[in-house]
Design a protein around this ligand. Structure first.
Ligand SMILES: Nc1nc2c(c(=O)[nH]1)N=C([C@H](O)[C@@H](O)CO)CN2
Length: 119
C-alpha cells in the first residue's frame, strides 16, 4: 500500500520508568509511517487529497514533548490514536520509537519499540 513516511524525527523528552530519566530527560527518535491511498493526490496535485506531513510532525511533537509517561509503548499508542482521529484517510500506521542513550550500561546503538495499528 502507498505510505507517507516521517523518518528520524527527534525530540527531547522526560519520559521513562526511572527517576533519572524524568529529571534529566533524553532524546527520543520517532519514525512514523501512514498507510493510505495516495493515487488521488498523485493524479490531482492537491494537498487536500492527502495528509499534510508537516501537520503530522506537529501532532507527534506535542505528544513527545508533552507530559512525561513511563513507557515508550504508551507514547507510540498515543501517536497512533491521534493519527487515526485526525486523518480518516489513514488505514494503518507504524510507529517506531528509539532511545539511543537510555541509562542501561553496555554497548548498543539504541533500544526501542515498533507498533503497527489498523483502523
Ligand atoms: N519495553 C520497554 N522496556 C523498558 C522501557 C520502555 O519504555 N519499554 N523503559 C525503560 C526505562 O525507562 C529505560 O529507558 C531505562 O532502563 C526500561 N525498559
Amino acid at each position: 500500500m502507498d505510505r507517507i513516511i516521517l523518518k528520524g524525527m527527534s525530540f527531547y523528552g522526560y519520559h521513562g520508568a526511572f527517576e533519572a530519566e524524568n529529571e534529566l530527560g533524553q532524546i527520543f527518535l520517532v519514525d512514523l509511517e501512514l498507510y493510505l491511498d495516495l493515487s488521488e493526490a498523485g493524479e490531482t496535485d492537491d494537498l487536500e487529497k492527502t495528509v499534510h506531513y508537516g501537520e503530522v510532525f506537529e501532532l507527534v511533537k506535542e505528544i513527545m514533548e508533552g507530559k512525561p509517561v513511563q513507557l515508550i509503548e504508551h507514547l507510540a499508542e498515543r501517536i497512533a490514536k491521534q493519527v487515526f482521529s485526525h486523518y480518516n484517510r489513514v488505514l494503518e500506521t507504524k510507529v517506531k520509537i528509539t532511545k539511543n542513550n537510555p541509562p542501561i550500561p553496555g554497548h548498543y546503538e539504541g533500544v526501542g519499540i515498533e507498533i503497527v495499528r489498523k483502523r
